[in-house]
Design a protein around this ligand. Structure first.
Ligand SMILES: C[S@@+](CC[C@H](N)C(=O)[O-])C[C@H]1O[C@@H](n2cnc3c(N)ncnc32)[C@H](O)[C@@H]1O
Length: 134
């Protein structure tokens, strides 16, 4: 297996674990949320991002490299915005899709690479990306 496959499998494994009770407990304790983070973005930082981009009810947010849905789902839930979550691996998108439905957050997932997004210009009011350019 090459390094890229190793990283993808490690990420998939993390996405499978984020919905387990111990991981949610750790996540709540460390970053203040249980939205399936696979990054170090804290809830305080997510709140700051929402303020900086001026996210409001009715806005549409694109979260690129959304993993299992953090922080895009939280940002939509806490501001009343709608969210489109985009990433490449299906594992994370599947977890995010279930969480959107469970929390009744307005949004959906799209499998796409950030360097070739299948959206028309002016489709979004704001774009976020947490811990993707790593
Ligand atoms: C460290 S995780 C962060 C996930 C999530 N944003 C978070 O904060 O928990 C990095 C994410 O970037 C995604 N990613 C990497 N390269 C990408 C690309 N070219 N297009 C879209 N997503 C990408 C990975 O699949 C992974 O879900």
């Amino acid at each position: 297996m090459d390094r890229s496959s190793d990283l993808t499998e490690a990420h998939n494994e993390h996405c499978r674990l984020v919905e387990t009770t111990p991981m949610q407990r750790v996540e709540r304790r460390v970053i203040g949320s249980d939205h399936g983070a696979t990054s170090y973005t804290t809830r305080d930082q997510a709140d700051m991002i929402a303020r900086l981009i001026g996210l409001s009810p009715g806005d549409t947010l694109l979260d690129v490299g959304s993993g299992a849905g953090w922080p895009g789902i939280y940002l939509a839930a806490s501001t009343g915005a709608r969210v489109v979550l985009s990433d490449i691996p299906f594992e994370g998108l599947g977890v995010a899709s279930l969480r959107l439905r469970r929390d009744e957050v307005d949004g959906h997932v799209v499998a796409a690479s950030g360097d070739s997004l299948p959206f028309a210009d002016q489709s979004f009011d704001a774009v976020t990306s947490s811990d993707v350019l790593c």
